[in-house]
Design a protein around this ligand. Structure first.
Ligand SMILES: CC(=O)N[C@H]1[C@@H](OP(=O)(O)OP(=O)(O)OC[C@H]2O[C@@H](n3ccc(=O)[nH]c3=O)[C@H](O)[C@@H]2O)O[C@H](CO)[C@@H](O)[C@@H]1O[C@H](C)C(=O)N[C@@H](C)C(=O)N[C@H](CCC(=O)O)C(=O)O
Ligand SMILES: Nc1ncnc2c1ncn2[C@@H]1O[C@H](COP(=O)(O)OP(=O)(O)OP(=O)(O)O)[C@@H](O)[C@H]1O
Ligand SMILES: N[C@H](CCC[C@H](N)C(=O)O)C(=O)O
Ligand SMILES: [Mg+2]
Length: 482
């Protein structure tokens, strides 16, 4: 595609020539003849310093910020917001996306909601996909996850291949990093959703307010005017989110106990399912959700709201909840011990998530709630004492262990949790911690292994060692039954 077409309206183009661009990349190491190299200011490096490398590899053009110190013989596109420009160019380059694309943001629940929304569409006869932390799921294409919100070039390429394979409906996660870094700026959204705001990523965002504002870009910068904004009405930040969405002329649909559109009237918890009465458009429906955890009902209602926002009749959307499967590693029952103790694997790696997951097993636990968890290295350190405090306050038995220490000393991460968790046991080796939790459990108890969910590795230093909480739970149950 000609550079001038790709770049239209995105900045000032200098250099005269109008080369045919055959590849877009923000990494000079991937540059080739015909490539446009996007020189982006990053968190560790300034892409501008790699412009000469990209040129040496044959790049045909450069995109950079207005004031970047780049002198090149190549055509240069200078843009006030090069990350935005790259995302828009990527969408133009790949040219197609599923017609009904929705995005969900919030601290917790995005993966669950994206997979639930896909399942509702599938059950109501649509060809659907979900994209997020656990990867891409669609009829023709499945990948394992890496980033929650893919880089803009990968995202645009993915959307085009989904559209080409016949996917008409897609639900994706919009992380705060992704929104802040304009990864979704090339996408045309049919609807958007907000779940909740809690403590996470305050190593990246300066404070809770800027974290909230990054999430709100979904409504302020991405959602077309008049398009539906589905908002969980029951979070402490819901009022602010409703205000922002209303201010952008979105069609606000609130859901939950305080919801005006989908209102949760009654909720009964059983061990592995919940039954609710939901009012929508003046009609009452009995909704059976075959998943444990009150938070999953909140997520299911947001998913139903998104499906309705794309044209699924409300009755059908609510009916489809009856056969939902949970997202991998989200309060997932990994097994029952010989004494009948359910052992759940969950992805709670932030304070509110841990709080919720412990609270959600309490109604069906007659004995003790046993929780095994740790905190990731090279991630927001403020979460550590907060999670220690929550676990000791809400659970009966707490085992503090390792969870992807990365470049940090795992003993110091554990110490930061233990300082706020009096009475907790410290067992660094995650395998041994899981075994200890299961071995010590007794009839009536519930065990939760939190933090890794679907993950398949334990990252120590630069090396990711194969490790699955699921497999460890199953192996421990089998061994201890002998
Ligand atoms: C902190 C962060 O978000 N970093 C993202 C960011 O990288 P960056 O721009 O800061 O990278 P940098 O290392 O400073 O380099 C600057 C630029 O120089 C380029 N470069 C660098 C070296 C070189 O030799 N040549 C070259 O061209 C780099 O490609 C980059 O464009 O922009 C990149 C392109 O979009 C992202 O891939 C990268 O995500 C990294 C891999 C990452 O780990 N991100 C995590 C924290 C993340 O995004 N997580 C969220 C939320 C997760 C959740 O809540 O569950 C997610 O959406 O997954
Ligand atoms: N609505 C919710 N409210 C509070 N906690 C929740 C909610 N939904 C999920 N959780 C908790 O958060 C964990 C992660 O859920 P999920 O993967 O759906 O969220 P996410 O927003 O995609 O998270 P991440 O940003 O880590 O990918 C779950 O395992 C559960 O412990
Ligand atoms: N997307 C999140 C996942 C964290 C999962 C937890 N297991 C950890 O390693 O801290 C992150 O990269 O911060
Ligand atoms: Mg996710």
């Amino acid at each position: 595609m000609q550079l001038s077409l790709l770049a239209r309206g995105l900045g000032a183009l200098s250099g005269g020539a109008d080369p045919d661009i055959s590849l877009l990349t923000a990494d000079s190491r991937q540059a080739k003849p015909g490539a446009l190299f996007a020189a982006l200011p990053g968190s560790r490096a300034d892409g501008a310093s790699f412009a000469a490398d990209a040129a040496a590899k044959g790049a045909a053009a450069i995109l950079c910020r207005e004031d970047a110190a780049i002198s090149s013989n190549l055509p240069v596109l200078r843009s006030a917001e090069p990350r935005h420009a790259l995302a828009v160019m990527a969408a133009r380059f790949y040219g197609a996306q599923p017609e009904h694309l929705v995005a969900v943001t919030g601290t917790a629940g995005k993966t669950s909601i994206a997979t639930f929304t896909r399942q509702i569409w599938e059950r109501t006869g649509h060809v659907a996909a979900s994209i997020g932390t656990t990867g891409v799921v669609s009829p023709a294409l499945t990948t394992e996850g890496s980033l929650t919100t893919p880089d803009p070039v990968a995202l645009a390429e993915l959307m085009a291949s989904l559209a080409k394979s016949g996917v008409t409906h897609a639900a994706m996660e919009a992380s705060s990093h992704g929104l802040d870094q304009h990864r979704l700026d090339g996408m045309r959204l049919a609807a958007a959703a907000f779940t909740n705001l809690g403590h996470d990523h305050l190593d990246y965002h300066p404070d809770a307010e800027s974290y909230f504002q990054a999430k709100m870009r979904l409504f302020t910068a991405l959602l077309p005017k008049g398009a539906p904004a589905v908002i969980n009405a029951d979070d402490a930040w819901s009022g602010r989110a409703i205000e922002v969405a209303t201010g952008t002329s979105a069609r606000v649909m609130t859901v939950g106990r305080k919801g005006d559109y989908l209102r949760l009237k009654r909720l009964e918890h059983e061990r592995s399912r919940q039954i609710a009465e939901v009012e929508v458009e003046g009609e009452f429906h009995r909704v059976v959700l075959p998943l444990a955890g009150g938070f999953q009902m909140a997520n299911a209602l947001v998913a139903a709201g998104l499906a309705i926002a794309t044209g699924v009749p409300p009755r059908d959307a609510l009916h489809a909840l009856e056969s939902l499967k949970g997202a991998s590693g989200r309060l997932e029952l990994a097994g029952n011990t010989r004494a009948g103790v359910p052992v759940f694997v969950d992805y709670a790696h932030k304070p509110e998530a841990l709080e919720n997951v412990i609270a959600s097993v309490r109604p069906f636990t007659t004995g003790r709630v046993v929780v095994v968890f740790g905190c990731g290295g090279d991630r927001d350190r403020a979460k550590r004492p907060m999670m220690g405090e929550i676990a000791t306050r809400l659970a009966d038995v707490v085992i503090v262990t390792d969870d992807n220490p990365r470049s940090e000393d795992p003993a110091l991460i554990r110490a930061a949790i233990m300082a706020a968790a009096p009475g907790a046991r410290e067992i660094g080796d995650r395998r041994a911690a899981i075994r200890a939790a299961i071995a010590d459990s007794a009839s009536g108890d519930t065990v939760i292994v939190a933090g890794k969910g679907h993950e398949t590795g334990q990252k120590i230093g630069e090396v990711t060692h194969p490790f699955s909480d699921h497999e460890e739970v199953r192996a421990a149950i089998a061994e201890l039954a002998q």
